[in-house]
Design a protein around this ligand. Sequence first.
Ligand SMILES: Nc1ncnc2c1ncn2[C@@H]1O[C@H](COP(=O)(O)OP(=O)(O)OP(=O)(O)O)[C@@H](O)[C@H]1O
Ligand SMILES: CC(C)(CO)[C@@H](O)C(=O)[O-]
Ligand code: BAL
Length: 282
Amino acid sequence: MRDLAVVRTVADLRRAVGEFRAAGRTIGMIPTMGALHAGHTSLVQGALDHGDVPVASIFVNPTQFGPNEDFAAYPRDEAGDFAKLEAAGCRIAYAPGVGEMYPSPQLTTATVADLTDGLCGPFRPGHFQGVATVVCKLLMMAIPDRGYFGEKDYQQLQVLKRMARDFAMPIEIVGMPTVREPDGLAMSSRNRYLSPGERKTASAMYRELTALAANVRDGHTPCAKAAAESAQALLAAGFDKVEYLDVVDAESLAPIERVAGPARIAAAARLGRTRLIDNVAV
Ligand SMILES: Nc1ncnc2c1ncn2[C@@H]1O[C@H](COP(=O)(O)OP(=O)(O)OP(=O)(O)O)[C@@H](O)[C@H]1O
Ligand SMILES: CC(C)(CO)[C@@H](O)C(=O)[O-]
Ligand code: BAL
């Protein structure tokens, strides 16, 4: 095992990053909320493959949770996370407390327009502003060469790419493929909320999304009607509620009626108390 330095303050993070920079190394940051799984460690591997020193952050960011969401219940396992990061080859774990991230009321926020109008946006008011603001802060704290994010949170990835571009950040936002369970379910910290029965049902999400992608790929099939049928199929499989299931342009995230270029199919659905999201390329 290699050495993992655990730091909890901005000053210690900058010192640790500075030592690698002084040795001529580039830095790859992996922001997370902890409860790590193979999806997260694939981002560490992505940084290693780029030749970057992986720096992961673990911070359950209160400002991206709505009042009725699972902030308090969100899984936390710091010791387990450090062991997984070290085994994956991560060199710095930044695990600040809320007081270090928000030492004074946050009067300045990052808001990304348009890209947050659809998909998860209307169902999680304020969520993407919380995400963009905390990621902006994390990136400014470490100033990495690259930030690594999963395609599992596809809308978040597009929002962060746009934020980095609009703010002329000297940081590349790198999207990494979704890591899945053998039955196709996207790995997620929230999967542990699922009962054994719900866990079986959950695999229908990826199955329906990939079937819909195959269906609309020809460019002739009307997307909205086909997507509505897929949403019905999710309910028939046992999902309790489909918040959205949309075919969108892969970059602007605007809904499309016929596939004519790079597109994405994204969905959020509830299964018991768990909200699952997933997406696939068309
Ligand atoms: N299955 C996955 N494959 C690839 N990347 C992933 C996967 N799951 C999460 N990530 C990425 O890891 C980073 C941290 O995500 P986060 O800590 O929220 O994990 P999560 O498992 O998505 O949790 P949640 O249940 O909150 O959605 C994000 O960039 C996210 O897109
Ligand atoms: C990017 C992130 C770590 C910001 O809190 C979070 O939204 C997540 O885990 O995807
Ligand atoms: N994975 C995105 C973080 C969240 O759901 O709040």
